[in-house]
Design a protein around this ligand. Sequence first.
Ligand code: TRP
Ligand code: SF4
Length: 339
Amino acid sequence: MKKRILTGDRPTGPLHLGHYIGSLKNRVKLQNKYDCFFIIADYQVLTDHLSETEKIQKNIKEIVLDYLSVGIDPSRSTIFIQSKIPAIAELTMFFSMMVSFQEVKRNPTVKTEFKLAKERGRISEISYGFVGYPVSQAADILFVRAHLVPVGKDQLPHIELTQEIARRFNRLFTRVFPIPKPLVGEVPVLPGLDGKKMSKSLGNAIYLSDSPEVVKKKVMKAVTDPARIHPTDKGHPEVCNVFQYHKAFNKKEAKKIEIRCREGRIGCVECKRNLIERLNEFLDPIRKRRRYYEQRENLISQILISGNKRAQEEGEKTLKLVRRAMHLDYKQILHSKEG
Ligand code: TRP
Ligand code: SF4
């Protein structure tokens, strides 16, 4: 039997080139060897975006389109929505009794958010659900008894907690869960066009769904080596954001561009024009696939319905094992084979 992978995203907006280089590219490849589950984590959106729930549906659709357009194959992989899987909520409840309050408070992501909120005088806005979200994320992973979890570095503490919960459960009751291993992407994260972290809120990202014109406009505005004023000035590609994109999306020419930039033999405008062409070549097949699915709304709906169904079935199997292991199936008083 194939080993299982689980990973996913919060539906908070469209995915960008940083997501592609950092994880989507890898997911497409992993589909060949693993039974992959991709979770669209809508509960997690609720932990800190409760005032914008009306946007979630559209964002889910966008993310499914992003997945399909980069080549995630619904005939091999399971794409599903977190809140449609009862087992995730039920496991979250069980797991929340197996994690100490201290452990949750020690989680680095939770700690950082607490600090930020304190600085902004918004500590009262941090919800009970938010503090517990790493426990819920453990349920996301363990409900399918996943073996591998491809994630970014920032998610490692969550995976460690997940491992700890799995070990604890197996030790306290019966062995139900494999201990999931993180699979951290080796590719350095692509910077935003302004050199800061690529993110939706900073407006410095190129989206998988951007048109050729938008890509052109964004790249033309990108920040390059600040020491370069004239095209003949000697440049420093290592500090230039545009060059990071050449390295990721124009591997063949990157070396040549690096040398020409250092020697002042290429201007930033020419260099950007070249990148725009390469990016659009890369994005064209993605755009084509997106159009295919956009014209077939029913297909998207079918993909999600069958993904949810498969995930639900796997969740039920796990829950049955969990209840039995915890002596919570209450067979003697319920006289049912159903668990
Ligand atoms: N927390 C992840 C993020 O913000 C998304 C996510 C939710 C996830 N559940 C998961 C990732 C389970 C890996 C496994 O990107
Ligand atoms: Fe960056 Fe290219 Fe300009 Fe060099 S020539 S600074 S690599 S944009």
